[in-house]
Each structure stands twice: as C-alpha cells, then as structure tokens.
Design a protein around this ligand. Structure first.
Ligand code: CA
Length: 225
C-alpha cells in the first residue's frame, strides 16, 4: 500500500482528500502544520507528499526546499491557490515534481499522483524536455536552442512547459489562461496570443510559419514536437 503524506491546513479539503485517497487504496497521513509536515516527510516512510503552498508557520515552498537540501527524493506534488500561479515556476525550481492549482478536480489529482508514483524512485524532478533543437530544463528554469541559451520570462517558460507536456492536444485560449495565468487579475485572451508569438519568435526557425506552436483557428493552439 502506498503511503501519502498530506500537508494541508484547510480542514474541509483534507477531509475530502483523505476519504478519496483511502477509497483509492492509499494509506494517508495528514497534518495541517508545516513544521510537522517537514518532520514527517524527513522520516522517509512516505511514497509521495501532497504539499500545500500556503501553510501557517512554514510555507510549502520552504518545506520543499529544505527536504531537497536534506537529500529527500520523495515525489512532491505542490498545491497552489489561484493568486499564487505566478510563483509556480519557483516551486519547480526548489524541487517540487509537479503542481496543481486550486480548485482542482479529484480525478486530476489522482492522475498526477499516479504519474508521480510510476516514476522510478530517485528520478530527477521534472525530467528535461526537448523538441527539434530546443532543450528545456524545467527544474533549473533554463532553455537552450542549439548552443544558445534562450531567455524566457517566468510566464513564457510556464507556457512552454505546459504546451510541450500537452503535445498534440488542442489547447483553447481559455484553458491556457486558466492553467497558466493568474486569474486574480483576469488577462484578456489576447495575452495568450502575445505569449505564443513570443515563443515562436524565440524558438521557431521561421516564426511566421510555425512548425511547433500551431494555431488552431477559432480555438487556440496545438504544440507539435
Ligand atoms: Ca493553505
């Protein structure tokens, strides 16, 4: 039986998550305290940690950084609230393996948990991604094209990683806005177009005839490796 550590201070959410994870056959230990969560995670008995970003006392980000610094390689799935989307890249940089934005569907959480558990133990967090002559290191926040380093803003990097990880799927502007952008200050759908144009300019051989970042007319975009 896989043992999941749930570090979350929102009692109602903990109840729902615990019930569902147990129903799916997981053993679950929950704590609302960041300090206790870190202590428990350091113990090394857990197969996966679901870690809320906003915790009283110690933040999820700090816990994640401490655990990685201490050599813990347990998979960590961070939970972020909408207003914190801009910081997700920092979460990945300090060693989280994946993140999920609140509110989320339970099915999505289970799918992410299963994907993380399938990865070989000790696998590096967020393996590098690549297409054509472009190489992306999400954990380090670095993108190389050929031998040259490509400078991307945090949002551009987040959009790039999202599109590459959803290669082949049609991604509507609304989906990209909700999954990549901060809804606290609702951007216009044009924002997506502007950012895709920037990625094309930086990563396509001919930005006016994009091979990778394709337009799906009337809907949005599709990334083709
Ligand atoms: Ca919280």
């Amino acid at each position: 039986m896989k043992h999941v550590l749930l570090v979350e201070d929102e009692a109602a959410l903990v109840t729902v998550l615990e019930d569902r994870l147990r129903a799916e056959g997981f053993e679950v230990t929950a704590t609302g305290s960041g300090d206790e969560g870190e202590q428990l995670a350091r113990g090394g008995v857990f197969d996966l940690v679901v870690l809320d970003w906003m915790l009283p006392g110690r933040s999820g980000l700090e816990i994640c950084r401490n655990l990685r610094a201490a050599g813990a390689n347990v998979p960590i799935l961070m939970l972020t609230a909408r207003g914190e989307l801009a910081d997700r890249v920092s979460g990945l940089r300090v060693g989280a393996d994946d993140y999920l934005t609140k509110p989320f569907e339970m099915a999505e959480l289970l799918a992410r948990i299963e994907a993380l558990l399938r990865r070989a133990p000790g696998a590096p967090p967020l393996a590098p991604l690549s297409f054509a002559d472009v190489r992306i290191d999400p954990a380090a926040g670095e993108v190389q094209r050929g031998d040259a380093r490509v400078d991307l803003s945090g949002r551009e990097l987040e959009l790039l990683v999202y599109m590459v990880r959803h290669a082949g799927e049609v991604l509507s502007r609304e989906q990209l806005l909700s999954d990549v952008w901060d809804y606290a200050r609702p951007p216009r759908t044009r924002t997506v177009d502007v950012h895709v144009a920037l990625l094309r300019r930086k990563l396509e051989a001919d930005p006016r005839r994009p091979r990778h970042f394709r337009t799906v007319h009337g809907i949005g975009y599709r990334f083709v490796p």
